[in-house]
Write a protein that binds this ligand. Structure first.
Ligand code: HEC
Length: 123
């Protein structure tokens, strides 16, 4: 009996943790508005000026993204990964020093949400 209730507890706890991590509809809406600053270049999918931002957190750390947004071109001078990413494109990215970590998270959650909505998209 004890074993069974602890299994149930674990199950509920993981459902709860998962629910906490998932952005709410409202957060995604805010992310969509904030993403207007990025979409001209990072339209996702089908970006032509810069790579889509969907899934970017799988290949770049939160610190990397946060530092980059403060001042992308200066960051690219100092960071080799960023330097390479920018070298691919003949385009500069403007700085967004006023975006908070929470706002950046909302933007990226929004871009990631596009992936789950369009499962068949191969981009
Ligand atoms: C004027 C065009 C432009 C705008 C607007 C823009 N970016 Fe970028 N961004 C670029 C280019 C060009 C690169 C480098 C090449 C690439 O990633 O395709 C880049 C790179 C990045 C990278 C690093 C990608 C990597 O591979 O390391 C992140 C993260 C990023 N942008 C986030 C944003 C966010 C978030 C916004 C909106 C707040 C934004 N960008 C707005 C042009 C832009």
């Amino acid at each position: 009996m004890l074993k069974r209730s602890s299994t149930l507890f674990c199950l509920l706890a993981s459902v709860f943790v998962h629910a906490q991590k998932k952005p709410t509809v409202q957060q995604l809406e805010q992310g969509k508005l904030l993403a207007k600053n990025c979409i001209d270049c990072h339209a996702s999918p089908g970006a032509t000026l810069a790579d889509p931002l969907r899934g970017i957190r799988k290949i770049r750390t939160a610190d990397y993204i946060y530092s980059l947004l403060k001042n992308p071109m200066r960051f690219a001078d100092e960071n080799n990964i960023a330097k390479k990413a920018f070298a691919k494109r003949g385009l500069q990215m403007p700085p967004f020093p006023d975006l908070s970590k929470t706002e950046i998270k909302k933007i990226l959650d929004y871009f990631d949400s596009l992936a789950t909505d369009k499962k068949n998209n191969k981009n």
